[in-house]
Design a protein around this ligand. Structure first.
Ligand code: MG
Length: 212
C-alpha cells in the first residue's frame, strides 16, 4: 500500500523501536534498566514497580519527585549502562531518510543523552534538525496532548503539514486529533485503530511506500 503525503513537509519520528527494529533486544533492555533505575532512586517497593509504572502519569518524573523521593537530575543517566552494540547503522534507512523530502524531527519520550547516543550509533544524526526529548518538555511524555501542540509551536508548523511516525499506537492519537497524518510502525495488530492513517511492518516498508 502506498502512502501518499501531499502537502506534508515535516516528519516527527519516534526514536526507540521506530528508527530501529524492536526485535534487536534494545527495548527489553531499556525496560529492564528503567525498572532498576526506579528501584534505586525512589522509595517504591521493588515488588510494586511494574504495577506502579503502568499507572505513571504523563509528567511521571515530577510525580516521582513530589511523592517518592526522586530527583530529576538522575533521569539523564537512566540509560547510561545501555549496551548500544545491539544497534547497527542501516544503509536502507540512511537512503530512505535522505530521499524523504521535508524537515525531520525526533519526538521521543527518551532522555537527551539516550536520544543522542542512539542517533550516533545508528549514524542518523545528520537527518534531524530538532530533537524533542523529555528534558526540554519539563519531563512530560507522549501521549500527553499539550506537548504535541507545544512542539508544533516550536517548529512553527501547522498540523496538516506534519506526519508522525511511531511504534506505540496510543502516541499517535493526539497527533491525529490535531490533524496530522499518522504512521504506525511494527504493531500491525493495531493498524485498524481510528487514529492510525497508515501502518507498516517496519520503517523500511514505510520509506519504500512514501509518495510525495
Ligand atoms: Mg518507540
Amino acid at each position: 500500500m502506498s502512502c501518499t503525503l501531499k502537502g506534508i513537509d515535516t516528519f516527527l519520528f519516534d526514536l526507540d523501536a521506530t528508527l530501529y527494529p524492536k526485535e534487536n533486544g534494545v527495548l527489553d533492555e531499556l525496560w529492564r534498566l528503567f525498572h532498576l533505575h526506579i528501584a534505586q532512586h525512589t522509595n517504591i517497593d521493588a515488588d510494586d514497580i511494574s504495577a506502579f509504572l503502568k499507572e505513571l502519569p504523563a509528567n511521571g518524573v515530577l510525580f516521582l519527585e513530589e511523592n517518592h523521593g526522586y530527583n530529576r537530575e538522575h533521569a539523564s543517566h537512566m540509560f547510561a549502562d545501555l549496551d548500544l552494540n545491539m544497534l547497527e547503522p542501516c544503509g536502507f534507512t540512511e537512503k530512505g531518510l535522505a530521499e524523504l523530502k521535508g524537515r525531520k524531527v525526533i519526538f521521543t519520550n527518551a532522555t537527551k543523552s539516550h536520544t543522542e547516543a542512539v542517533l550516533k550509533k545508528l549514524e542518523l544524526n545528520h537527518h534531524f534538525d530538532y530533537l524533542s526529548y523529555v528534558e526540554n518538555r519539563d519531563y512530560f511524555i507522549k501521549p500527553h496532548a499539550p506537548i504535541y501542540e507545544e512542539l508544533l509551536q516550536v517548529l512553527s508548523v501547522q498540523p496538516k503539514q506534519c506526519c508522525m511516525i511511531e511504534d506505540t499506537a496510543e502516541n499517535l492519537k493526539p497527533a491525529h486529533d490535531l490533524g496530522m497524518k499518522t504512521v504506525l510502525i511494527a504493531n500491525m495488530d493495531k493498524a485498524d485503530l481510528p487514529y492510525v492513517d497508515y501502518a507498516y511492518p517496519s520503517l523500511l516498508d514505510w520509506l519504500a511506500a512514501v509518495q510525495q
